[in-house]
Design a protein around this ligand. Structure first.
Ligand SMILES: [Zn+2]
Length: 143
């Protein structure tokens, strides 16, 4: 059953309150855009484009503020990678990724698809908080 927009918004407000975030207009707008229950990877720029295409406007700085807040309360995850763009992930569980280096697209890899036979000693005073692998993809040079 497709939810009407109003009950959707009420769900979002509750989701924000559950993690002690004040449901501001911008947070609701972004959470509604991002947290629709599907796993996806995105950048602040792509979210801004989506919001603009719906006839609403929001600055990139505001988007980054909100997304970083969402990350800090565990609603979102930030993918660590080399490169200029920050990619956010709605799947907050520990999992791995393929990175298509040509398009920047990330593809989820289930945790049980990767095993480890050797790990370094964790430095004193720290514990292992999760291992996330990024496998970089490059097109094969087909002749
Ligand atoms: Zn992911």
């Amino acid at each position: 059953m497709h939810k009407d927009n109003y009950s959707n918004i009420m769900d979002i407000v509750e989701k924000l309150r559950n993690v002690n975030l004040r449901p501001t207009k911008q947070r609701i707008l972004l959470a509604n855009q991002i947290l629709d229950g599907t796993n996806k990877h995105f950048t602040a720029e792509t979210i801004q484009k989506e919001v603009l295409s719906k006839g609403q406007s929001i600055s990139l700085a505001t988007i980054y503020n909100c997304l970083n807040k969402f990350v800090s309360v565990g609603l979102l995850k930030q993918i660590d990678q080399q490169g200029e763009v920050t990619i956010f992930d709605t799947n907050v569980s520990c999992h791995h990724h393929f990175l298509n280096q040509e398009t920047g697209e990330l593809i989820d890899i289930e945790p049980d698809e990767i095993g480890f036979s050797k790990l370094p000693k964790i430095p004193n005073g720290f514990e292992n908080d999760g291992i996330e692998v990024l496998i970089k993809l490059e097109s094969k040079n087909l002749v």
